[in-house]
Design a protein around this ligand. Structure first.
Ligand code: GLY
Length: 366
């Protein structure tokens, strides 16, 4: 095993380990470490499967020749995180004859991880899933913490389940083939951890900006491990988002509304929408007397230097975004609830946010 392997433990009722390091998708013993049964379904997408599915399947076959393995490949992109594709993944499990001890290997970015995880959560009321994230965003956020879901036209992630993985195996070598735009999108979620719980991390990110943007393996691995440690700590204390886990949604109420309004095609990707959303949430916080405007501008500078968008895309209508937010599952019956910034390394869950202040922030953010 590589000397540079890093591990993060996630405790709680269903503990698991996050492994971070180079060449892990070749590592058969690690891939089967928590395997229980004789069936494995590799779920991937049309971009990632041609790059990595053969190597994962070969590594599995080498260490577990008795394993019955099938592949299920979905079209790449958020627009395909649908109930129809969820149904197709269930059909693939049925065709494999997957028993209750089967394992789904979710090989890809956040779309694959969410959809494959949801299929694992539902097949026979729950089978194992091992997350094999290949994008930075999936490595630092979506593969960890057990949230699984698909989108419906009314909004993102509205149908899903909490279903923790058996393990997360983040092969940092995969980041070398990640399009630069996807790398930057992942850096938005990395920045989020600094913003909400770790002011020192924000300084570290600023100092290591060039190494991160050029894809330096060791620097990325450090950023991933630090992000995962924060996510592990929070999700361990609050696995079902009854309290502090909601802080991880900083920037997401605005971000999800932007994504939904853009229809998940040809618009901002998730990380980009979160970048715009974090800045809007920081500015809304400033309007409400929390974080200072200067802090919001500092955050803006870091996001810009990561090559991320910070303005609302042209053509989006503030009133329509507000209507989307009312449906967001983070809203509550009593009114709009936001995660607002309280300055570097601090965030707060704020219920009943004044809709007029939200509209003002959206209008100013164009
Ligand atoms: N991405 C937010 C969470 O996992 O809670």
């Amino acid at each position: 095993m590589s000397a540079s392997l890093q591990q993060v433990e996630v405790g709680g009722a269903a503990p698991y380990r996050i492994h971070i390091g180079p060449d892990l998708l070749h590592n058969g013993p690690l891939l089967v470490e928590r395997l229980r049964g004789r069936h494995a379904l590799i779920v991937s997408d049309s971009h990632v499967a041609p790059l990595y599915a053969d190597r994962v399947e070969a590594a599995l076959r080498q260490v577990a020749p008795e394993l019955r393995i099938a592949r299920h490949v979905i079209p790449a992109g958020e627009a395909h995180k649908t109930l129809d594709n969820f149904g197709a993944a269930i059909d693939a499990l049925a065709a494999l004859g997957a028993t209750r001890d089967a394992c789904v290997y979710a090989l890809g970015g956040g779309v694959v991880g969410d959809l494959a995880g949801f299929a694992a959560a539902c097949w026979m009321r729950g089978i194992d899933v091992v997350q094999l994230p290949t994008s930075l965003l999936a490595m630092v956020d979506s593969s960890v913490g057990g949230k699984t879901a698909v989108d419906i036209p009314q909004g993102k992630n509205l149908v899903g389940a909490f279903h923790p993985p058996r393990a997360v195996i983040a092969d940092t070598t995969a980041l070398r083939t990640l399009p630069p735009r996807e790398l930057r999108a992942g850096l938005a979620e990395v920045t989020k951890y600094g913003a909400i719980v770790d002011a020192g991390f924000l300084h570290w990110l600023e100092a290591h900006r060039d190494a991160l943007l050029t894809g330096d393996d060791a620097t990325l691995a450090t950023a991933i491990a630090r992000s995962c440690a924060h996510k592990a700590a929070i999700t361990e204390r609050d696995p079902f988002e009854r309290g502090e886990r909601a802080l991880l949604n900083f920037g997401h109420t605005f971000g999800h509304a932007i994504e939904a309004e853009q229809g998940y095609v040809d618009g901002l990707n998730h990380g980009e929408a979160v970048a715009v959303g974090m800045l809007l949430a920081a500015r809304l916080a400033a309007t409400l007397g929390m974080a200072s405007r200067a802090d919001a501008e500092t955050l803006r500078g870091l996001l810009l230097r990561f090559g991320l968008p910070v303005d609302l895309p042209a053509g989006l209508v503030p009133e329509a975004l507000l209507a989307r937010m009312r449906l967001d599952k983070k809203a509550q019956a009593s009114g709009l609830r936001f995660i607002l910034w309280d300055g570097p390394g601090a965030a707060k869950i704020v219920p009943d946010v004044d809709e007029a202040a939200v509209l003002e922030t959206l209008r100013a953010g164009r």
